[in-house]
Design a protein. Sequence first.
Length: 372
Amino acid sequence: MRSFRSVIAASAAVFVTIVIGNIVISAQGHNAPDMELDQSTKADVINAALENINRAYVFPEVAKQMEKHVRALIANGDYDKVTSAREFAEKLTADLQSVSKDKHLRVRFSYEPLPVRSRNDRPSEEEEAERLRFMERVNYGFETVRRLEGNIGYIEFRGFMGPELGADTVAAAMNFVANTDALIFDLRRNGGGDPEMVALICSYLFGEEKVHLNDLYWREGDRTNEFWTMPERVKGKRYLGKDVYVLTSNWTFSGAEEFSYNLKNLKRAKIVGETTGGGAHPGGTFRLSDHFSAFISTGRAISPITKTNWEGTGVIPDIAVPKDIALETAYKMALEKSLKEAKDENMKRALKDLIDQQAKKIAETGKTVAVQ
């Protein structure tokens, strides 16, 4: 999504958005000014971070281990010479992740002061309007919808936006590819998003009977939310009885991993590409000070099939290839399936030519990847 991974650092006393993955909306980029920190400011930010982690992190025992580790580093003077606010946020993130192994957990610096919110604060009208403009500008995450030669559908989307507004775009995309012989979803640059949108898009690949996709367990309230397909919300044509492929990379993260994990475990799609990033813990943004916030994982995904998730391990592809040849590999597999089923000799020749073209691209790109 950033790029979705980088788009803003929303701040709130605890502005929890169930996994907008690593998607955060911010007016600031990497070119924003830095800031010099004194020892007192660093101590305050660390204390606030550890307090919130102990109170909200999904695994209480791991939270205690993180605090113990960071306190030991402070006592050793590891933070004494760090004066850059940006470097401080990066170091604190790295130190917390070295214990938790949690790639969602992150401390962020904002040069612009962060607004103070209470837990139940709603976004202002201006903020809500900007959120809507952002989703429209990125077409609700959908980047490309194509019909490839040989009648193979291709959809690239880079984020799972809210289904309440993105449903029409999903329907339009799925209607466009409805008559293809196989479908490729490209998630190689998808950083995550709303689990309800994950469920909605999955719903197009299953029938009228609801299918259990995933659960999210939350530490607060010791509660679990179940996510099932939503046949009643499917506005377009379903994609049934035909092969589906999902392309992944090491950058595929969070909600995009859930989409891949769901379909792999339900045997509804072949995953082609690289092992994904390995982030299965949703959460929210906690304000630490005027210029620092932390995304803290307050929940964890639980597959109804595996009874676990992809945290730390990533989603392992069915067909492991470098991301640079994932599309050609899946495309070739889809064409080969079409060739087996083709009756017309002219169609067979055309499909063979396309298969040869993809094999050549795979060989040429593979050589380049090997050299790099």
